[in-house]
Design a protein around this ligand. Structure first.
Ligand SMILES: NC(=O)c1ccc[n+]([C@@H]2O[C@H](COP(=O)([O-])OP(=O)(O)OC[C@H]3O[C@@H](n4cnc5c(N)ncnc54)[C@H](OP(=O)(O)O)[C@@H]3O)[C@@H](O)[C@H]2O)c1
Length: 280
């Protein structure tokens, strides 16, 4: 039986994808700051391990973003665990990325990316937004996008498409939730040292052996490993900056969080390139 929370005003936060990486980092930071964290995982093993690691103010919820049924079951568990308390924030963090050139990725792999990076996020938003408080402090939704939500990421076209779509979804959602005073904040990380990058393996690249892109893909893979060592922000650094935003009573609509200054110039230049407005 879990201990009762000592502080009745403790903030309750839902984070998707807390098994590793940014999700786990944000969960640890929010718990350290006194929040109560509900975190999604995909197996009961992961739930037990995290429960032991993160303590009594952490409650694991088991669901896959692709399953509305699992999400709704988790919602019922969350409602009963909250016992009348509101949810203060939803952090849509869970995601995938898989290397592959657009001329050769399978349509099924694009569909899988979009299901997790876009439709799955909406499944979570639809299920849990009604639990957000509106008074006295309105709840907030944080959508973890990426710098790939605005810029192209070569050989990560599926991922780039998903993150661009999440940005569009977030903009409309922000307007639609204005009447409820609920803020939608997009967080766009640059390189953060997590397993999302170590999941990019030579085995994945081997699928494209025999295509014109094979050598370039291998170089890209090497580049990722090099970037991780030299340019990536740690999860702890990211989580500290995220918490500053979390605490801000008047946050901006979108934040980019990145370490490497050398990337900033080309990104700002890219926005101005090759776009024209024609007024008839
Ligand atoms: N790391 C970066 O450089 C970076 C940069 C920009 C944006 N981001 C974004 O940050 C978020 C977190 O990524 P990360 O870097 O922390 O990667 P990560 O360590 O690979 O974490 C991804 C998390 O998402 C969960 N997940 C994956 N597929 C899922 C599904 N179908 N249903 C439910 N959960 C699922 C994973 O759970 P399992 O362990 O069960 O697979 C894991 O907890 C992602 O949205 C990513 O796009 C990361």
């Amino acid at each position: 039986m879990k201990e009762e929370l000592s502080n009745a005003n403790t903030q309750a936060v839902l984070i998707t994808g807390v098994s590793t990486g940014i999700g786990l980092g944000m969960a640890k930071k929010l718990l350290a700051e006194g929040c109560r964290v509900f975190g999604s995982v995909r197996s009961s093993n992961a739930a037990h391990e995290l429960q032991a690691m993160l303590g009594n103010n952490f409650t694991p919820l088991i669901f896959d973003l692709s399953s509305s049924e699992q999400i709704n079951r988790a919602k019922e568990a969350l409602i009963s665990s909250l016992s009348g308390q509101h949810l203060d924030a939803i952090i849509n963090n869970a995601g995938i990325a898989e290397i592959g050139p657009l001329l050769h990725v399978t349509p099924e792999s694009l569909t899988r990316h979009l299901d997790i990076l876009v439709t799955g996020q909406l499944r979570v938003i639809q299920a849990f937004t009604p639990l957000l408080s509106s008074q006295p402090v309105p709840g907030r939704i944080f959508n973890i996008s990426s710098i790939s939500g605005k810029w192209p990421n070569v050989f990560f076209g599926n991922y780039t498409a998903g993150k661009h779509a999440l940005e569009g979804l977030s903009k409309t959602l922000r307007l639609e939730l204005e009447r409820d005073n609920i803020k939608v904040i997009v967080i766009a990380p640059g390189n953060i040292a997590t397993s999302i990058w170590t999941k990019q393996t030579m085995e994945l690249v081997e699928q494209y052996k025999g295509t014109d892109y094979y050598r370039a893909l291998k170089a890209r893979l090497n580049g990722i490993q090099h970037n991780m060592a030299d340019e990536a922000m740690t999860v702890e650094e990211f989580s500290t900056l995220f918490y500053d935003i979390y605490q801000n009573p008047n946050p901006a609509n979108r934040y980019t969080i990145m370490k490497c200054r050398k990337w900033r110039y080309p990104f700002s230049k890219l926005t101005k390139m090759k776009t024209r407005v024609l007024v008839g």
